[in-house]
Write a protein that binds this ligand. Sequence first.
Ligand code: BGC
Length: 796
Amino acid sequence: MKLRSTSLGNVHAFLFAALRTVSCAALLALYGLSLASAQTAKAPAPGKTPAKTENQLSSPAVEAKVRALLAKMTLEEKIGQLVQYSAGAATGPTSGRTDDKDMIRKGQIGSLFNVTGARATNELQHIAVDESRLRIPLIFGLDVIHGFRTTFPLNLGLAATWDPEIVRKASRIAALEASAAGVRWTFSPMVDIARDARWGRISEGSGEDPFLGSAMADAYVRGYQGEKLEAPDSVVACAKHYVGYGAAEGGRDYNSTEISEHSLREYYLPPFHAAEKAGAGTFMSAFNALNGIPASANPFTIKQILKKEWGFEGFVVSDWTSVSEVMAHGIALDGATAARKALLAGVDMDMQSNLYHQNLLKLVQSGKVPQAAIDDAVRRILRVKFAMGLFAHPYTEENLEASAMLRPESRAAAKAAATKSIVLLRNEAVSGAPLLPLSANVSSLALIGPLADDASNMIGSWGALGRGQDAVTLRLALTQKLGESRVHYAKGGEILTASEGDISAAVSAAQNSDTAILALGEDAPSMTGEAAARAQLGLPGRQQELLEKVAATGKPLVLVLFTGRPLTLPWAFEHVPAVLAAWYPGVEAGNALTDLLFGEAAPSGHLPLSWPRSVGQEPLYYNQLNTGRPASDPDHPAEKGEAKYVSRYIDEKNTPQFPFGFGLTYTSFRYGATSASAKEIPVSALRQALQEKGRKVVTVSSEITNTGSRAGETMAQLYVRLDGTSIAMPVRMLKGFQPVMLAPSETRKLTFDVDAEKFAFWGAENRSGVEPAHVTLWIAPSSAEGQSTTLDITER
Ligand code: BGC
């Protein structure tokens, strides 16, 4: 199958160039920046007054409709709105019952998910609207995580773009396609901060940093929900998994979490707050217990923080059977108690556990659940249904569905996203010059590895309606570029198994070629995503052996890693000259990679997380605390260092293999000294500035030079450290980022206009604010580099 003719390739190249320009400009516009004077990107600080978008859920008109409808509803009908099932799944109405359509007719179901297609959703919707007493439409949900039919890079890859505008566009396209198929609600974005690569779901989020994570959360929500939530092509977002799910102990999925309120407010909550401020209509409560209280029965996080403090007006859906799992967690002995605790904590809709359906009526009749709690939950669900225009247009145009999918402009956006998502980790010199980019005149290329021609793996986990047949593999794209005769393909075995013959065929292919490309990594469906925790983070199966044997041929080697997490590959990072982290790039995988490999595009991805050297370093994150005994040289394990009684390993460096924010390209940059426009800021002035949201209090700048011979983009990152505060703060915190494109030898002064919120934090007195502090600031190409300057927030 030829998916890319030469002329389509040209169109792609044109659109790609256009998108890059638009995206850069739009990103700047989003943050109110110009290239000459960049500000810090606006990520929300905790505990601030929500500044909502035009997507406000509640309006006088909507509230009047909700009130009128609520007044007509029986208790049974109200409870029905709180019930959600996966159509056709083994639990819920289809388990032991065949009457789900009858339940809809009786008003006993408020939402279904995993039903797609205009015809299928319309058929069920007709039952709800034409045959139920109050004609309340169903809301159809689905996990549309990184694309619906047009698959974009897996979310960790989207985060590696450091480009919220790319993410907004990807989500907009996903919403256009999903809504055309009758799906107006997505269980996305997943905004869980994750610091442990063992956790399989690290692939679904935006990495370890609350500032980057907040920028991405905002972009996803705006993309899905569009300009107006009531538009038929808008999809309601669902920020998940609320909250702390990413901190699962040992990286084991569903495991418990212990997070102090300070850490919750500083690291885990900000991306949720950003989603809420962007107008997210729904939240999903998580599976984990948080400090002993299941997240799906946690009144402090849901009722207190989300609904009261932030003023969230939408509804909270549980995760899949997480209401019944409250029993396994150990705080309820029976289903009725689990249902009561979840509802009273603020979980409005029960996904799949059937416990609201079975128990709420009796619980209200016996006085154990107040009628007002039911009314509040129903009000929230109806509010979303009205605000999204579901009552006005409950059906989907069946004849428009097919033409909404995989449009050329959607593929072009997927290619732009994929190209920006791939991170160049290593590019050592071979015969005097960096191995990448390769010359298009290469006479022969060995393409080796189980992921070189595996189209369905390019889709990644949570593929929605993405299909392998739509994806361009590396083999297909390389063959189209170089012709069959120049590409010597050898699979080298499967992801988990390989025979001697497989490996020796791969070695021969390398021997008979000028250069070898190895496409190795994890199997997306089984090794990344939910319930895919790994205790070993090396290459699965015999792939490490394959790599070493191919490397032994002495041929220049490029390693392309398809993975949903960082992999610990110390040998590769010492011996393989060029390594790319490709994640799972989506439908345009091969085309994006080929452009990067041959220099038609330059890598611009940056790590949204710290890449560990060893599993034993996990959880590993850059924004750690200093400890009382920091290692003076964290880049050396103890036996090489000077002192024993400091915080380090005796058998491993403290530092990551690659730091958060890191990413190479085909040129190099020099970051000059960082300077700040003020040496002192009185704390009173900062407090005043906090009231005037966004007012700049200091300007931080640095000169950046392109020291190479090609034009290229660097991602300038602003980091802040606070010392002398009431509670220990991290060694660095990301507070701004800005892409800078520079011509060869060009120098540009880059400026971040920093507002007071960037210095605010959740202090020892359990509130957010600013305090006197000694401040260190860096403008740097990663979290481990850069020259610093200081200023003082003084007591006055
Ligand atoms: C996952 C959620 C997902 C839900 C519905 C659960 O198992 O944890 O992320 O949205 O299923 O598919």
